[in-house]
Design a protein around this ligand. Sequence first.
Ligand code: 13P
Length: 269
Amino acid sequence: MRKFLIAGNWKMNGGEQFTFDLLSVIKNQKPAISEDIDVLVCPSFVSLSIAIDQLHKSDVLVGAQNIHEAEKGAYTGEISASMLVEAGCSYVLLGHSERRAYYHEDDALVHKKLQTALRNELAPVVCVGELLDERKENRHFEVVKAQTLATFEGLTYEQAVQVVVAYEPVWAIGTGETASPEQAQEMHAFIRSILAEQFGDAANAIRIIYGGSMKPANAQELLSQPDVDGGLIGGASLDAKSFVSIIEIAESLTNSVREIDSPTTLEED
Ligand code: 13P
């Protein structure tokens, strides 16, 4: 069974004071999190330490929003994967559409970063998703297929199951417009079918989460889709009440039947 991952991408919002205040309210409103789901927050680099300190006895995981692809060296202004691991991060977001659009990150660079993350045992959440024009031109499957293949190229089964895919249709990010549950399910199932061609039944162990204007009002429907394994939440993760409410929706859904093969059945075949 795939565990839901409910992740907050805070983007470039919130310094230390904001981080402390927001996490205090989240911890207060949600002192315990069901072990059936994973909850992650990804604050800015300068707020990671305070988040890690504040959450070290809680069930909430902390991740970063980017890494450099090199292990270390003369890359002024950059942050390495090992620095983040040493700081206490367990996840990193990679290939977000904002980084692809504003910092020219292409599939090849995202793949290098992915390999660096895996080498350092930092779990990558790799974002894929089509632009509005690409959907209008009916090219969304083609675009997401290319991004997915580039992400997983050359990975072993053991590496692949460490990766989380975040399907974030770019037209739904920060726009208030959400993919319908049917659109999300259709794309998630498509991504899983691509992964199944490469990894067989192990594709059933890879989490595919949805991002793009997820909020309490639409989370239930989105998270009820069989191939939607969580959410990558921007705006609504900056509001404790909304984020906690999405976590609670995910918790309530883990009790419903999500019939999914475990990857261990693969090895037994
Ligand atoms: P919003 O939830 O604000 O649309 O952002 C989604 C996102 O980009 C998460 O990475």
